[in-house]
Design a binder for this molecule. Structure first.
Ligand code: AMP
Length: 398
């Protein structure tokens, strides 16, 4: 059974075709600059050549058409026809309070995802474009929606209610939702398997640290708290996002810098985080490089980030009465030994250690727990696409 996984952005569309008999990727790629001009990179995993060229992609439907054409072509293909795709799984960012798990898409689901647009104005419209494009190009092929927010729907009320007038929550649904749920779910389940402990009674802290970053506290296999909130702007400082700040800063920036509310939000989303502090880059590789050369603000940006990760780990240990394991994942969590060493170093006082030798690697599954550590420390590469493909298969097969 082949499952096509789609992650649609406003002008891009990433895809992976999974052979679910072996859970392997048959081909993957990305359409970029959709609606502008168009570019496609398609990588088959069967030894055929990579296709990379500018091609016109006026809409998401044309992008899906181009993907299908490449997947089935003589020169670059991995399947013989559209019939070889049994189902499509879509990443959908915001499922609001309506979705606590993945679902088969029908008209009701489409309108519920549309209802969530006010909560996810940057992502949900693009995700819907991806779904509608697939419905147009592949009518009759079942489509499944997998939500970033779904895994966090188990959070208790005290973790998701904001201390603002309760009527806002009742009227608009403004509460903590959390994101990266697919990743937190995947790595937490992998950790339980690896540790050989049952979900019941387990306490895990998953650190998804990449361009966007969030931590989750996972008790009894269920998310009980996470750092992102109503939107992915809350929590840790990120590449360009501020994370949590004193909300009064918003009016200070507006008043003193003469910016509109919309412009202030742009500043907090695009000019802040480690980019804002360092003035160097939003990419941690560049910041680590500059910091190593002595760049003061680059060092400060890393220091602020590492400190905040540590603070949330401490908070989640308090929330769960301890932890069995801390798990690092995503671009930075998987690939930065410096980050892991620094963060766990700050936790030495709580009896948590890593093995520096074992920590000295990038991008693989590793147990880096140090001698005598009270909490296991693991690095687990995330695989959100595989979770989407698995959910899709399970739902379609009933
Ligand atoms: P993601 O959003 O999970 O794709 O993560 C992307 C981010 O991970 C990049 O922007 C980098 O900041 C970070 N990253 C990736 N590789 C490395 C590395 N080798 N060292 C430090 N940071 C890295």
């Amino acid at each position: 059974m082949n499952v096509l996984v789609i992650n649609a952005g406003s002008s891009s569309l990433k895809y992976q075709l999974f052979d679910m008999d072996t859970e392997t990727v048959a081909a993957k790629g990305i359409c970029e600059r959709i609606g502008i001009d168009g570019r496609l990179k398609h990588t088959p995993e069967n030894g055929k050549p990579v296709f990379k060229a500018d091609i016109p992609l006026p809409t998401h439907a044309e992008a899906i058409n181009a993907v299908i054409e490449k997947l089935t072509s003589e020169e670059y293909g991995v399947i013989s026809s559209l019939e070889d795709i049994s189902a499509v799984g879509h990443r959908v960012v915001h499922g609001g309070q309506k979705f606590s798990k993945s679902v088969l898409i029908d008209d009701n689901v489409l309108s519920a995802i549309t209802d969530c647009i006010p909560l996810g104005p940057l992502h949900n419209p693009a995700n819907l474009m991806g779904i509608k494009a697939c419905q147009k190009v592949m009518p009759g092929v079942p489509q499944v929606a997998v939500f970033d927010t779904a895994f966090h729907q188990t959070m208790p009320e005290h973790a998701y209610i904001y201390p603002i007038p309760y009527e806002y929550y009742e009227k608009h649904g403004w509460r903590r939702y959390g994101f990266h749920g697919t990743s937190h779910r995947y790595v937490s389940q992998k950790a339980l398997e690896f540790l050989g402990i049952p979900a019941e009674g387990s306490r895990l802290i998953t650190c998804h640290l990449g361009n966007g970053s969030s931590l989750a506290a996972i008790k009894d296999g269920k998310s009980i708290d996470t750092t992102m909130g109503l939107t992915p702007l809350e929590g840790l400082p990120m590449g360009t996002r501020s994370g949590s700040i004193d909300p009064a800063i918003i009016s200070f920036i507006a008043d003193y810098e003469g910016l509109s509310l919309q412009q202030v939000m742009e500043v907090l989303n695009k000019d802040s985080g480690v980019l804002g502090i360092s003035g160097v880059s939003s990419d941690f590789r560049d910041i680590e490089e500059e910091a190593a050369k002595g760049h003061k603000r680059a060092k400060l940006a890393l220091d602020c980030f590492y400190y905040d990760v540590t603070k949330y780990i401490g908070a989640y240990m308090a929330a769960m009465g301890g932890a069995d394991a801390i798990i690092f994942t995503a671009g930075l969590g998987e690939n930065s030994p410096e980050l892991r060493e620094d963060v766990i170093g700050r936790l030495n006082g709580l009896g948590i250690y890593i093995d520096k030798e074992k920590n000295n690697f990038k991008g693989q599954f590793r147990d880096i727990t140090g001698e005598g550590s009270k909490v296991r420390v693991l690095v687990i590469p995330t695989n959100e696409e595989l979770v989407i493909a698995r959910d899709t298969k399970e739902i379609v097969e009933g």
